[in-house]
Design a protein around this ligand. Sequence first.
Ligand code: 6CS
Ligand code: FE
Length: 298
Amino acid sequence: MTAPTVADRYPTRRAEQLPAHERPDPVVHPSAGGPLDAAACERFERDGFVVVEALVDRRTVAALLAEVERLATDPAIAASERVVREPDGDDVRSVFDVHRTSPLIASVVASPSMAGLARQLLGSDVYVHQSRVNRKPGFVGKEFSWHSDFETWHAEDGMPAARAVSVSLALTPNYVHNGSLMIVPGSHRTFVPTVGLTPGDHYRSSLRRQQVGVPSPEQLAALVDAAGGEIAVVTGPAGSGVVFDCNAMHGSSGNITPFPRTNLFVVYNSVHNTLVEPFAADARRPEFVASRDFTPVG
Ligand code: 6CS
Ligand code: FE
């Protein structure tokens, strides 16, 4: 492992439990403005997420859905590691790096309504750290365990600071019952180190079912307690979305309803927060899950 070139302000993945601590990085950075009004920026700062009514129009949603099904069944992509299948089945769970395999998705990812959210909140130009489609087919879609994305990106990808956001765009209706995103409000302000060293080639198993880099039941209960017992469920029609902080504690249940849940998920990182060597893993993850092309988008 090459030594990281910046200080590790978020130690994690040790053999023993380290205490949780308040994040040293700001949540919202000063900017010249963008799609969110001042009240929405304040909600983001307080809760760690904000729901956006209409990110793309209906025609774009239909085109994106068709594109996703094409990507999920494209034999060349299926043969690569970009396609991740369910832990106990062959159904496609995620397709990664979609902004580099689909010109249509690239244009949506770079659009002012999507990238503009990230630029506004992060107060700088942004590049795409990761893009993926998460597919949760009716009846068979499986859960995502509770986690902070930043915990993984810091440990496994060498992301120095918590200065990234994710935008999740609904391509099908996101209901309370079809496996929608759950977020612990305010959890983004606390960094929760996890226990256990990162296994070699962890992404091969973690993208199907994450077991390392997840909080203990006690840690999760403490965050929910600090939130006054609240867990937010992000719902909305196709075309709506949510932007959430990289350190927000989140997860989702399986989908046992007949209604598929398909979302386009884009991670924007500040150009002032580009990756160094992993802070708690013995090798970099591949480009399709953690890009090192730091070219600004939009
Ligand atoms: O590995 C990643 O980058 C993302 N995927 C999972 C399953 N957990 C951490 C992060 O959200
Ligand atoms: Fe996540």
